[in-house]
Ligand binder design. Sequence first.
Ligand code: HEM
Length: 231
Amino acid sequence: MAGKNDKMLVWDVPVRLFHWVLVALMATSYFSGRAGGDWMQLHFWSGYGILTLLLFRLAWGFVGSTTARFASFLKDPAAAFTHVAHLFRKEGPRDVGHNPLGGVMVLVLIFAVLAQVVTGLFTADTDTGMVNGPLALKVADKWVERATDFHTWWINVLLVLVAVHIAAVVLYLVWKRRNLIGPMITGRKRIDQAVEPGAPSPRLAFASSRLAMSILLACAALVYFIVRAGG
Ligand code: HEM
């Protein structure tokens, strides 16, 4: 019988590193993009880093550990509604990994950030023409113009999505007394917050770090070739 403070490993190291490095790189991209000038070099590099991370996470969603897999947290819409209904129960829902609603948010965040970095590759500084994304000279001007408009506008949508994401995590903490942040740092979640009372702990499979490293290197190589394709 699990005690109140017993914990179980729910998040592997790759997911945790992905999350916090993504947060750091997004902050770097945001502030370097706002600063402009010489900071644009850093902006480009952090963008390439983000693209590498996102490609890695998409692959990890298919071959990674149980809780990292899309199949484990992307349920049918009814599950998300049931989860919302459970939120109003005194006990609140218990989830080993992402809950059905959080799972949707994860996918939305990943693709929203992907849209930002991919359009960044085709973005050009229309005022000076001095700072071009690596692929801006490879496509027609009208596409560069569209990518540039999207890249400068979409960041506002991203800021709203990130704010909603953080607000949801804080709401869980304050309202439901579910600390989701600790597990994203340590990997470990209190069993009584993950599993229904009396239910057996689920068997989770954790993928190897060697596999994670190989996928990460392959993604970095892919990004390198994409950037090099710009000449
Ligand atoms: C740029 C800002 C952020 C972005 C883009 C972002 C994105 C994400 C993504 C994509 C995931 C899914 C992780 C995975 O399965 O690989 C996630 C989960 C999570 N994030 Fe963030 N995040 C951001 C900031 C933060 C901050 C500041 C916090 C802490 C206050 C936070 C707390 C969490 C937690 C606790 C989870 C796991 C939620 C759960 O248990 O289902 N995030 N985030």
